[in-house]
Ligand binder design. Structure first.
Ligand code: PLP
Length: 356
């Protein structure tokens, strides 16, 4: 049976990216060695790092004056590295979900933190808009896609301060105006690579403003100076990132990814809105994420939860269980998800409706 991977992360990657990674693990570029067993400083690996960094810049149209890093530690380590390196006095955070809250918690260790807006009171079912941003913030932190709740800022915010974006789950799914950000970061294990590498796009000239001592490994300048090779980088995930970036470029870049994301989202949300059994969990239509589509059974059908999960699993739908904070179902539709996959999910929902 064909399987459709709607998992939230780690998640679907293009098949050819997986195949190319597997091939490089067996024999990298015909050198008779695995990519996993050569030095990261070798003449064979350096071009992988160089091309991966260059492609991030090309695909996202990153302006001059920014560096790209591939580090370990996940987005969760960046939650503390960001304020360590950027918070001089006061930072603003948009509290749009669990990940945003975790980022905010770390920032409080380093200075004053203002919760500029929050949707916590309604379990993060919408995105705050039209909030006032203090103009004396060192930065405003935004989680552009809230993986757990299925809300997404589809456009870069227009605010009077510099932005820092956690783009763990929507990077490379749309064009981004990088010039608005001092830093964009995320765990790679959604739209970029397998787990194990974190991507960071950072504006060079904003570093060095904080007075505090920063441990060497947590100082972005260390990694920029050493071309992301201060210590041993996660070589295999970086190789997968390279192959995925090549794939994104070959398939029309982030403009094409955005078009496809909208097409998939229209298909799935269209069925959620039509089908008598289900409803979406996000209150405001414009906030609905293209990446993580969250839905539940309507109250009168709530007892069908386990049955639908089993029914969908038997038809090849993988990873659609909702996060425990939201319940119900979550169909994650990252770049590699096909329109065919979304149509298969819709057929499953229709068939299930016909039985009830
Ligand atoms: N931020 C967002 C938006 C996420 O979705 C996740 C994980 O799913 C994280 C941060 C945490 O990432 P990591 O597991 O790489 O630390």
């Amino acid at each position: 049976m064909k399987k459709y991977n709607f998992g939230a992360g780690p998640c679907i990657l293009p098949r050819e990216v997986i195949e190319k990674t597997a091939s490089a693990i067996l024999d990298f570029n015909g050198i008779g060695l695995s990519i996993a067993e050569i030095s990261h400083r070798s003449k064979d690996f350096q071009p992988v790092m160089d091309e991966a960094m260059a492609l991030v810049k090309e695909v996202l149209n990153v302006p001059e004056g920014y560096s790209v890093l591939f580090l370990g530690g996940g987005a969760s380590l960046e939650f503390c590295m960001i304020p360590f390196n950027f918070l001089v006095k006061k930072a603003g955070y948009l509290n749009t979900g669990v990940w945003a809250k975790k980022a905010m918690k770390e920032a409080k260790l380093f200075g004053e933190v203002v919760e500029v807006a929050s949707s916590a009171g309604e379990n993060y079912t919408y995105l705050p808009k039209n909030f006032d941003v203090p103009t004396d913030l060192d930065y405003l932190h935004v989680t552009t896609n809230n993986t757990i709740y299925g809300t997404e800022y589809h456009k870069d915010l227009d605010v009077p301060v510099r932005l820092i974006g956690d783009m763990s789950s929507d990077i490379f799914s749309r064009p981004v105006d990088v010039s608005k950000y001092d830093c964009i970061y995320g765990g790679a294990q959604k739209n970029l690579s397998m787990a194990g590498v974190t991507f960071i796009i950072i504006k060079d000239d904003v570093l060095g403003r904080v007075q505090r001592e920063i441990p060497t490994m947590l100082d972005y300048r260390t990694h920029i100076k050493k071309g992301s090779m201060f210590n041993t980088p996660p070589v295999v995930p970086i190789y997968t990132a390279l192959e995925n970036l090549r794939w994104i470029k070959a398939n029309g870049g982030v403009e094409a990814m955005e078009k496809l994301a909208k097409e998939r989202a229209d298909i799935v949300y269209g069925e959620i809105d039509r089908n008598k059994l289900f409803r979406g969990t996000v209150k405001c239509e414009e906030d609905r994420s293209y990446m993580n589509i969250c839905f539940v059974l309507n109250d009168e059908y709530a007892e069908l939860q386990d049955e639908f999960f089993k029914f969908a699993t038997e038809r090849g739908m993988v990873g659609i269980k909702g996060h425990r904070d939201v319940g119900g179902f979550r169909a994650s539709c990252y770049n590699a998800m096909t329109v065919e996959g979304c149509k298969a999910l819709v057929e499953t929902m229709k068939e299930f409706e016909a039985r009830h």
